[in-house]
Design a protein around this ligand. Structure first.
Ligand SMILES: [Zn+2]
Length: 277
């Protein structure tokens, strides 16, 4: 995959690279060295959630993707989509668009975990909205859109999942190691495994050591056969809530991963390994 340079006008928004702590880097490198020793590539993919319009934060994210030639999959919310987003991301060839529910509205009771795609409404209503959302994203993004559902809050009512292939979905992505390659017949699952935000503590950056721990735990689990070794390790980001520390970390992480020979980043189409269109 060739290196794509960010347009000159956008370069200034890329954060200067801040170095990660040496001990943190060596923890990641120790695991990656094991992969290298085995002659295996450690496959990663990057999912970023909640895009609806072209903000400065989204521009910053896309510039990082460009700078390091790392493909990024944007989970886009169809309802309220800014209709210029397709044109705005067009200069970024490493972007794939996934579907992030329909409205990202929470239908759960206050004492329940947040959920858009739950059992709070009839299945027909939920699936009908998802179809509308798919059509909106297909029209706006064309070839850049892949029919992969990213349920808001990474939650979906189990009984809805079996209907997803029937309405055109090829894949689903949530959080935590997948239990099997297919969530349902003809519905591939590729999840994310390292979240850089601490949602329980004011949506702050979760910290360098926590992200590295999440990444290395998944890699090690795959290497030792605890998890499905064929599932790419997923980095999860949310550009709209990143603080300065989160941006600096992301830049530092991409830098150190770029320098290790075992690391291979793939786009969503490769991660899901399904035949598209
Ligand atoms: Zn979300």
């Amino acid at each position: 995959m060739g290196r794509n340079k960010a347009p000159d006008s956008l370069k200034s928004s890329v954060e200067s690279v801040v170095k990660m702590k040496e001990e943190t880097v060596s923890r990641l490198y120790e695991e990656l060295d094991e992969w290298n020793f085995l002659g295996e590539e450690a496959i990663f993919w990057w999912r970023d959630d909640d895009a609806q319009s072209y903000t400065l934060e989204l521009q910053k994210l896309l510039d990082l993707s460009n700078k390091f030639s790392v493909p990024v999959s944007l989970a886009v919310i169809p309802q309220g989509l800014d209709v210029s987003l397709g044109a705005d991301i067009d200069p970024y060839p490493l972007v794939t668009v996934l579907q992030h529910g329909f409205s990202h509205q929470n239908y759960a009771e206050p004492d329940q975990k947040k959920q858009e795609l739950g059992s709070h409404r009839g299945a027909v209503a939920v699936l009908d909205e998802l179809c509308r959302g798919m059509s909106i994203l297909n029209d706006e993004f064309g070839e850049a859109f892949c029919a992969i559902l990213v349920p808001p809050w990474n939650r979906i009512e189990h009984s809805l999942v079996s209907s997803l292939p029937e309405i055109g979905y090829k894949g689903i992505s949530t959080f935590k190691p997948r239990k099997s390659m297919e969530a349902e017949q003809d519905l591939w699952a590729v999840n994310t495994h390292a979240d850089i935000i601490n949602w329980k503590s004011g949506r702050a950056f979760i910290g360098e050591s926590s992200v590295i721990e999440q990444l290395t735990a998944h890699l090690k689990g795959k290497r030792l056969g605890v998890y499905d070794a064929a599932e790419p390790t997923g980095l999860l980001t949310h550009h709209l809530v990143h603080d300065g520390e989160a941006w600096n970390f992301l830049s530092g992480l991409l830098t150190v991963m770029d320098e290790h020979p075992a690391v291979k980043w793939v786009d969503a189409k490769t991660a899901f390994q399904v035949r598209w269109r």
